[in-house]
Design a protein around this ligand. Structure first.
Ligand code: HAM
Length: 427
């Protein structure tokens, strides 16, 4: 019978990988804890309207990439393609904003029907932060610094922070008119996909992947030149604060982001190690989204880091050591029962044990013990059982360790065994 494979773009995370992910998650948890962020978990499945209203009907995400279906009650449901809309929906639904500003973070799978390649999956994971209810330009720099510092604390190098301002809705409206005019004048030089977008979502053309269109867009009018003084002042302040925080950045007047809810500050962090999918983090201010989703006029700002891309850059620099403290070699009817009982007692003392349950020959079990990465093996055969002993063997040697390689301890003296192992594991 043929084997069933995972769906295209949906990747399994095998145990070694999961361990690396947990290491990243632990560091993120710690960093976010330092800033006082609170974790939020929202469902993977939402009403489709949540995303069409927030991300925008004309965006690629809503137009081409969502996993949308009708449930058994004929409601249109969508697997979330990102986290911001869900966090806002949840905050509104549960009245979180009436308790004051919210500083939230989340981690979880997102779904987009994109063409899979390195760093781009159909199920991927985002680590996101959303600040709801805070308007100051200082917040923009603080949020950017949280993303930047997290990536630095993971030891990443070769990162570039790009920022832009998308101004107010009115600025974008004015710019849209002038951009459409310019695009129409240059219509025949655009790729066909961009031609289709002219009247639906002209700003999206600016982040086209078509190289020829990209080249000619260098001549296109820039949004920054259409910003009102207030928007420009605001953007100036964000830059001053980033300088005060000593976070290097590059101005990218063509950075428009792929989702429609942004205004004012938009930013991306790129890595020189990622090839085509170089953006590891993207975010920005979205001051009108909360109102658009039925709440009061409330400012907001956030970002999301793509975890698959982050793990790609981290490579082996993040530990994937999942070795147990002790490997338990055991053989013989009574010995195997005693080993099971003893393992449980030791685990209750926070000693991690990989218990060999194969019943195979001692030599084979010792080979597996070596491969497990454990520093110590406990050995129990019927001989040890009849002598009331447990045999302990050192599997890995440090150069300066002159202590004996093996020990025998009475199996009835559990406390001695626990203290012995704790002492050895610590060193
Ligand atoms: P986004 O730029 O669409 O923003 O996604 C953020 C990050 O998610 C990207 O920079 C990338 O690292 C990762 N990502 C996106 N799509 C894929 C994919 N198909 N495969 C692998 N990684 C991917 C947002 O989603 C916004 N919600 C961010 C935000 C939060 N803005 C404000 N708050």
């Amino acid at each position: 019978m043929s084997q069933i494979q995972s769906l295209r773009g949906m990747t399994d995370l095998l145990p070694d990988e999961v361990h690396r992910w947990n290491a990243v998650e632990n560091i993120a948890r710690k960093q976010f804890g330092l800033v006082g962020l609170k974790e939020i978990r929202t469902p993977l499945l939402e009403a489709t309207e949540l995303f069409s209203r927030s991300i925008g009907e004309a965006s690629d995400v809503v137009g081409k990439e969502m996993y949308t279906f009708f449930d058994r009650a004929d409601r249109s449901c969508t697997l979330r393609p990102e986290g911001t809309a869900s966090v806002v929906r949840s905050a509104l639904q549960h009245g979180l904003l009436s308790q004051g500003p919210q500083r939230l973070w989340y981690l979880g799978p997102m779904f987009r029907y994109e063409r899979p390649q390195a760093g781009r999956q159909r199920q991927f994971h985002q680590l996101g932060v959303e600040y709801l209810g805070l308007a100051s330009s200082r917040i923009d720099s603080e949020v950017i610094s949280i993303a930047w510092d997290l990536l630095l604390s993971l030891g990443l190098k070769g990162l570039v922070l790009e920022i832009n301002s998308l101004g107010k809705a009115e600025d974008r409206r004015n710019y849209r008119t002038c951009l459409i005019e310019w695009l129409q004048d240059n219509f025949e030089h655009l790729d066909s996909d961009s031609q289709k977008k002219i009247n639906i979502n002209p700003l999206r053309i600016l982040d086209t992947k078509n190289v020829d269109t990209q080249k000619m867009l260098k001549e296109a009018p820039l949004l920054i030149n259409n910003l009102c003084n207030e928007s420009l002042d605001r953007f100036e302040k964000v830059q001053e604060l980033l300088k005060a925080l000593e976070i290097p950045f590059k101005l990218n007047p063509r950075l428009v982001r792929g989702l429609d809810y942004y205004g004012h500050t938009a930013f991306e962090i790129l890595s020189d190690q990622l090839g085509a999918q170089s953006t590891v983090c993207g975010g920005g201010r979205y001051d009108s989204l909360i109102e658009e989703l039925g709440g009061a006029d409330t400012p907001a700002m956030g970002f999301a880091i793509g975890l698959e891309r982050l793990l790609l850059i981290l490579g082996n620099s993040i530990s994937n050591d999942i070795s147990p403290d002790v490997y338990f070699v055991n053989k013989g009817y009574q010995a195997e029962t005693n080993a099971l009982v003893l393992s449980r007692k030791l685990r209750a003392q926070n000693i991690s044990i990989e218990l060999d349950s194969s019943g195979s020959a001692f030599a084979k079990q010792f080979k597996r013990a070596d491969r497990s990465g454990a520093k110590w093996a406990l050995v129990l055969g019927d001989d040890e059982v009849s002598r009331g002993e447990v045999f302990i063997k050192r599997l890995r040697n440090s150069h300066d360790d002159k202590s004996p390689k093996q020990y025998k301890i009475s199996s009835s003296d559990i406390d001695q065994l626990i203290n012995f192992l704790k002492d050895k594991i610590k060193n």
